[in-house]
Design a protein around this ligand. Structure first.
Ligand SMILES: Cc1cc2nc3c(=O)[nH]c(=O)nc-3n(C[C@H](O)[C@H](O)[C@H](O)COP(=O)(O)OP(=O)(O)OC[C@H]3O[C@@H](n4cnc5c(N)ncnc54)[C@H](O)[C@@H]3O)c2cc1C
Length: 385
């Protein structure tokens, strides 16, 4: 395997042989694709970012993005399951975990023995994540967690939840801490599973914590530093979501082009309607590449990740919508309805696209913010990444 291109080819084959043939049934039956996830685990795809010393593939964010794009082009539900597991559920341990926590969890996550989930959002706090109300109280050698999380991807299937809770009386972001909460702890249960318009194979729902006790050693990072864990991991998580957008856009565009080719001369007009999307797909790939390179090189990448997320997920929605129009009445029958329904959630999760604009604006207003492509491939990030 030679870097990102070789790895991408492997995942593309996996997606074509294993994922694609099951995508329509996963969508139709609202079924968690356990069989596909188990095969992805055997192929190493649940441990892409995990260093080899902990049993993973030890690859970078460019490879991770390539994997998510390829999976999403075949099945967006499978892509988001793998993405959440490998980014926001694994990276908190990778980046902020103690050596003991890494040894306890990373090999199991990388092998797919345990699926991960990330539980930040609450009924009263989504975009304003620092307003969360779940509490963690210290009792002797344990923390006791109480509260309700909502919109948790992989809920009910996960063996480990990264849970954010308020420790102490400090209000806002500084009062938030992060915890490793195994799914089998007494008092933890799955509440309502939400019916979504798309991503039918990916369970999203409530996680209820009633006096859930975890050892003191399950605190991630330090007390009051949980918000930092969440924001850093959401930044890199957005690279995966951008790649998911690329995958959906590519699939929709590719299928619409197949239709245009089949129309013979009449297909030229159809292809013209798709030209802008094809150009934007290439541009989107550049944004994802730039953010992934900077992230992998430990350079600041918040702005680039938000730009990629905003651009690529809006692109996915528009590509799916345009392709549906181009296909006419054959659209739903041939799977375009699925792309359209799946794409919508990407504009909402891991920070809505309105919030991405707020993040980008804040970055742009910084005194030293460079408008030119400071992180373009081939620049400083390109050399060290
Ligand atoms: C399918 C799916 C899966 C998800 N998976 C997870 C998960 O695994 N873990 C998890 O913790 N969460 C998850 N989420 C939750 C998701 O991150 C939140 O839905 C999202 O952050 C928005 O929060 P909210 O729904 O409470 O909307 P709100 O924050 O109430 O926002 C409502 C509207 O107001 C806008 N808005 C809010 N604040 C601002 C602002 N400052 N400036 C401009 N506009 C603003 C928003 O853009 C939005 O349009 C998931 C959501 C979905 C739909």
């Amino acid at each position: 395997m030679s870097g990102e291109p070789g790895f991408r080819t492997l995942v593309r084959e996996f997606a074509r042989e294993v994922v694609g043939p099951r995508a329509a049934a996963i969508d139709r039956e609202h079924r968690f694709p356990r069989d596909v996830i188990d095969e992805a685990a055997r192929a190493g795809l649940l441990g892409i970012l995990v260093p080899a010393v902990y049993g993973g593939m030890g690859l970078d964010h460019r490879c991770f993005a390539a994997c998510i794009e390829e999976l999403a082009a075949a099945c967006a539900s499978t892509a988001v399951i793998v993405d959440v597991h490998g980014s926001v559920a694994t990276e908190p341990i990778l980046r902020f975990g103690s050596e003991e926590q890494r040894r306890a969890w990373l090999p199991r996550l990388a092998r797919g023995e345990v699926l991960g989930a990330f539980a930040l959002t609450e009924p009263g706090s989504g975009s304003d994540a620092a307003g969360l109300r779940t509490t963690a109280r210290r009792r002797g050698s344990e923390w006791v967690l109480t509260g309700t999380k909502v919109f948790v991807t992989n809920v009910g299937e996960a063996g480990l939840y990264i849970v954010f809770a308020r420790t102490g009386e400090v209000p806002g972001a500084r009062g938030v801490s992060a915890f490793l909460v195994p799914a089998d702890r007494p008092g933890l249960r799955v509440g309502q599973i939400f019916a979504k318009m798309g991503l039918h194979g990916s369970p999203t729902g409530e996680l209820v914590l009633e006096e859930v006790r975890v050892p003191a050693a399950n605190l991630l990072h330090a007390p009051g530093r949980g918000f930092e864990v969440a924001m850093r991991c959401l930044d890199s998580g957005r690279i995966g979501i951008s790649a998911q957008g690329l995958g959906i856009a590519r699939a929709a565009l590719g299928e619409a082009l197949d239709r245009a080719r089949a129309q013979g001369d009449g297909g030229r007009e159809t292809a013209v309607a798709l030209a802008d999307l094809a150009a934007r797909l290439e541009a989107g790939r550049g944004l994802v590449e730039c953010a992934a390179r900077r992230c992998s090189a430990d350079l600041p990448f918040t702005r680039e990740a938000s730009m990629a997320k905003l651009f690529c997920t809006d692109l996915a929605m528009e590509a799916a919508s345009t392709a549906l129009e181009v296909m006419g009445e054959a659209g739903e029958e041939q799977g375009f309805g699925r792309h359209f329904r799946d794409a919508k959630a990407l504009q909402i999760y891991e920070g809505t696209n309105q919030v991405q604009r707020v993040v980008i604006a804040r970055q742009l207003l910084r005194p030293a913010a460079a408008i030119p492509a400071s992180g373009a491939p081939g620049g400083a990030a390109g050399r060290s990444g």
